[in-house]
Design a binder for this molecule. Structure first.
Ligand code: PRX
Length: 661
């Protein structure tokens, strides 16, 4: 047994407990399990109590209408998400810091709740001036700058659903999303800093919207050069990224803000009005637009942000996600701000200018609650203990992880080297589709164990089922009753919504994850059971990568699988057969990898690309991915009896072994 494994065993035996939050204790009037029992007795009344903690313009008549697979929450109520994140705090917390932002070059900006409110109102007026109205879709393609949060909240204030597109996505991916949602306005920036370089987002936007004449306005945030060395302690003064502005269509954000009125009453939105669309990868076809509405979503993220992160008035809360992902939506913007928290936001890379950057930020802002992904933790582990040891992390009191299963080794390292052995770790399982956290410990109330997300949040009902829907110890994770933050559909594709999530078992939500339950009733998430990869916490559909590959003229056929990766959890492995007469070469291999990155985004670039004379197929012509996974993992082949030509896969194995050597 290694030292690390001994530590894990000790932790498992330790049954560590932490002080529960005062808020949870107050709710736990029936003893420690209070809210769990309470929600179990009357789930709707429990969620209704959370909804009451929001500010509504008009109250709801009915808590839940469940017409499977469609749910409506707080039916008849009206509210506004931006109002709940900003206006309702103005009296008690107007001068409290809402946002502390640090750019990668080291420039810093802070907004109080009052300042953030004013900026959001001004931008809402500006957008309205550009013709954006209630119900219009707005695409947001920004780096991690404060304006990303401002843009989201301004859209919410108007009632214009936003569709945030991760800044690392390619022009083609942005175009696909703009087209699918028929967005008429795009908010972007001249550029964003990443590892000292500039990502030219405006140029990508121009390419993305070429010929889309319904996109009638583009707002451009100037992520200006940091030329003042005091504002750029790392000395990364970089010139203003230049970008072309198309007269009549393109507007500088700062010009619009300067000219806009600071008063904008928040639009009363129906509880079931669309708040946003967020695209995520699935098994088939192009990414699908997951729809989230207002009342239920806000209730869910407010409740979970409050209890999972045990948010207190003086917390400095930092979630390292990008606003382009759901974690950024729910736990940088809507959840924490709805709770009146102080949120830290950082633009750049964790290893810029050196590998201590995150810990430097934690020290500088005295971060108390820190939420990140296992892939990041594994990278920190590899970078060595000295980096975090060089900084004062004593303000930290709670740690979280999300995005993929966390291996116990990483959990223990996080606990020891970041949490100093004193911080509870909340391993939170959820998805773009669930809107908010679903399975998680509550710090203080649920004893944690390394590697498990523990139990469903109070008010969430889950189970492990087999193919037929019978309870099992190990099988598929299932969500057995509707929850407030659940997706309301797939934009423009009801059939896909039914098919993807609700067709496995009647009226039960299928998330696509395998899981098992242990003797304490804790859930251990085992990863995706479908053709969706999880690379560094990012969801990538194998089909998307295959389509990008066959889009290249040299490719005849492509099959993509995931293989395990020490840091990223999974990596993309592609098997490609080329069109007849094409010479395979190292140059072509690199070209194809680059082609995928250009088509989708760098996150989808295949780690391995193996040229295959033929792909292994069954006699009926189906590609046997299972065998390709065996090849990519470098392990013994499973059953090959159904293969049309067993020699095909043996030659692939040989090639793979050669390429690794
Ligand atoms: O496989 C699960 C994994 O991430 C998937 C959801 O990805 P996405 O929609 O991009 O959202 C990520 C952030 C919420 C899930 O189906 N996943 C997420 N959190 C965990 C996890 N797997 C294990 N443990 C987790 N804590």
């Amino acid at each position: 047994m290694t030292e690390q494994h001994r530590e894990i065993d000790v932790l498992l035996d330790e049954q560590r407990t932490f002080e529960p939050s005062a808020d949870f204790v107050a709710a736990a009037h029936v003893g420690d399990r209070g809210p769990y029992d309470e929600a179990g007795r009357d789930r709707e009344a429990y969620w209704e109590a959370w909804a009451r903690r929001l500010d509504w313009f008009t109250p709801w008549d009915t808590v839940l209408e469940w017409d499977p697979p469609f749910s409506k929450w707080f039916v008849g109520g009206t509210l506004n998400a931006a109002y709940n994140c900003l206006d309702r705090h103005l009296q008690a917390r107007g001068s409290k810091t809402a946002l502390i932002w640090e750019g990668e070059p080291g420039d810093v900006r802070r907004y109080t709740y009052r300042e953030l409110h004013e900026e959001v109102c001004r931008f809402a007026n500006a957008l309205k001036g550009l013709g954006v109205g209630k119900g219009d879709r707005v695409a947001i393609y920004l780096p991690m700058v404060p304006e990303a949060a401002v843009a989201m909240l301004a859209c919410a204030r108007i009632g214009a659903p936003h569709s945030v597109v991760f800044g690392g996505f390619s022009p083609q991916s942005l175009r696909d999303r703009i087209e699918d949602a028929h967005a008429t306005c795009v908010i972007t920036a001249d550029g964003g800093y990443r590892r000292g370089g500039i990502i030219p987002l405006k140029a990508s936007t121009d390419a993305a919207i070429e010929g889309l004449d319904y996109v009638n306005s583009v707002v451009v945030v100037r992520r200006s050069a940091v030329t003042d060395p005091r504002a750029a302690p790392h000395g990364d003064a970089v010139d203003t990224p230049s970008c072309d502005m198309t007269a009549g269509r393109d507007h500088w954000y700062h010009d619009l803000i300067a000219a806009a009125d600071a008063d904008f009453p928040a639009e009363p939105m129906d509880s079931e009005d669309l708040l946003y669309i967020l695209y995520t990868s699935g098994t088939t076809g192009k990414p699908k637009g997951v729809m989230h509405t207002t009342g239920g979503y806000m209730t869910h993220v407010t409740a979970t942000a409050k209890w999972v992160f045990d948010l207190r008035e003086d917390d400095i809360y930092w979630c390292t996600a990008d606003v382009g992902w759901v974690t950024g939506h729910s736990y940088i913007v809507y959840g924490p701000l709805s709770n009146g928290a102080t949120v830290v936001m950082y633009e750049g890379s964790p290893d810029w200018p050196d590998r201590g950057r995150f810990w430097e930020l934690c020290e500088r802002y005295a971060v108390t609650v820190f939420y990140t992904a296992p892939t990041a933790i594994r990278a920190f582990m590899r970078w060595g203990d000295d980096w975090p040891a060089g900084y004062d992390l004593s303000a930290l009191r709670l740690l979280g992880t999300v995005g993929e299963p966390i291996n116990p080794e990483a959990w223990v390292w996080y606990d020891r080297h970041i949490g100093g052995g004193r911080c509870p770790i909340v391993d939170t399982w959820w998805q773009t589709e669930t809107g908010g956290i679903m399975i998680t410990p509550l710090p203080g109330a649920i004893t944690t164990k390394p590697g498990t997300a523990t139990v469903p949040f109070p008010g969430i009902e889950a189970a492990i089922l087999d193919e037929e829907g019978n309870p099992a110890e190990s099988g598929y994770l299932a969500i057995t009753s509707p929850w407030p933050g659940m997706l309301r559909g797939v934009w423009g594709d009801e059939e896909r919504y039914r098919e993807t999530y609700w067709s496995k078992w009647p009226d039960i939500y299928f998330p696509g994850d395998g899981a098992r339950v242990d003797e304490d009733g804790y859930y251990w998430i085992m990863g995706r059971v479908d053709d969706v990869l999880n690379v560094a916490g990012h969801r990538i559909g194998t089909m998307e990568v295959e389509s990008a590959l066959v889009d290249h003229g040299a490719v005849a056929e492509a099959a993509v699988v995931g293989r395990s990766d020490e840091i990223k959890g999974q990596a993309v492995a592609a098997f490609v057969s080329v069109v007849e007469g094409t010479e395979t070469s190292e140059a072509l291999r690199q070209e194809l990898r680059g082609h995928v990155a250009a088509q989708i985004g760098a996150i989808a670039r295949p780690a391995d690309l193996i040229f295959a004379a033929e792909l292994p197929k069954t006699r009926s012509g189906k590609i046997m991915r299972r065998l390709l996974r065996d090849v990519a993992e470098g392990r013994a082949l499973g059953d090959t009896t159904t293969l049309a030509d067993p020699a095909v896969v043996r030659s692939l194995q040989q090639q793979f072994a050669d390429s690794e050597a």
